[in-house]
Design a protein around this ligand. Structure first.
Ligand code: SAM
Length: 283
């Protein structure tokens, strides 16, 4: 096009070039119109502005304040090696923030307009490769590839998801904006006060390894009862106390000795304060 306007163009060619230019322009306009017609979402994205409180499939859209997004990711101690999934990802802010921290992050969102907006926001932030979005129902989604799951849903939905979440590999972190998970108490809870008026509380759960049952520890039996991350039971004839899981890490006190260890399937290994190493195998 610039060449058509060049001062080096011979004068006698102008009428011909002007017609060629007009034809090219009309073809371009036609092609753009066709592309828009074929992709109405893409055309709509530019103008789409969601309303806070607008309907969603199971939950309305309300965005998490950015300071809480940051807090949620801090609490999950995310690293660039983590794969994050945001369930009901809204305008994409959590996924985009995670991608800006180097994570591979995916948003699951039922509303296609919000997904289109999220993709456009990710492109503007320059993180489209690491921040992806899928139009999908969060209840139908495979969560097994996520190391970190974030959500801002409702307590009832969190409870419905709970059995699926507890099946995830031990150590998977789940962070919820404000809403709890029934009687599965969070491992940590933090509130932000800066630039946050409502929904300012973040709750963290770490999927615990399953350890309930009987274990052989030297010549003694470790009998464990487990309720989510909380443990009770006996080592030999001694009751254990302060007993819990933190992902794969087990800790308890028996006979005044603090035991900590790592669970790996049917074995545990660790140290007992002042007493050296200990190990256990499932029986
Ligand atoms: C409260 S908003 C949270 C948005 C975003 N996660 C954030 O924290 O800013 C809940 C989102 O879940 C979406 N949603 C509701 N039901 C859903 C479902 N069954 N599957 C996927 N997304 C859903 C809504 O469209 C809405 O965008």
């Amino acid at each position: 096009m610039q060449r058509a306007h060049s001062s080096h163009s011979p004068a006698h060619r102008w009428p011909l070039m002007a017609s060629a230019l007009a034809l090219a322009l009309s073809l371009a306009v036609l092609a753009e119109a066709r592309a828009d017609a074929a992709s109405p979402r893409a055309a709509a994205t530019e103008d789409y502005v969601p309303d806070v409180g607008q309907d969603g499939k199971d939950v309305i859209w309300v965005p998490t304040p950015q300071t809480l997004v940051d807090k949620m990711l801090d609490m999950a101690q995310v690293t660039p090696q983590d794969r994050l999934m945001d369930l009901g990802s809204g305008d994409g802010r959590t996924v985009i923030t995670a991608a800006q921290r180097g994570l591979t992050a995916k948003g699951i969102e039922y509303n296609p307009d919000l997904v289109a907006l999220s993709r456009s926001n990710a492109a503007k932030a320059g993180v489209s490769r690491r921040a992806t979005f899928e139009v999908a129902d969060l209840f139908e989604t495979d969560l097994s590839q996520a190391d970190v799951i974030t959500m801002f849903l409702l307590s009832t939905i969190n409870e419905k998801l709970r059995p699926k979440l507890l099946e995830l590999p031990p150590g998977t972190r789940i962070v919820s904006n404000t809403f709890r998970m029934g009687d599965w108490e969070p491992d940590a809870s933090e509130t932000v006060t800066e630039a946050c008026q409502t929904y300012c509380n973040a709750l963290l759960w770490v999927v615990p390894a399953r350890v309930d049952g009987r274990w052989q520890v030297g010549g003694r039996t470790l009998q464990l009862e487990q309720r989510y991350q909380m443990l009770s039971g006996k080592l030999g004839s001694s009751e254990i106390s302060d007993a819990r899981m933190d992902g794969r890490t087990i800790s308890f006190t028996a006979d005044g000795i603090r035991y900590t260890g790592e669970v790996n399937g049917a074995t545990m290994q660790g140290s007992a304060a002042g007493k050296g190493e200990w190990s256990a195998r499932r029986i």
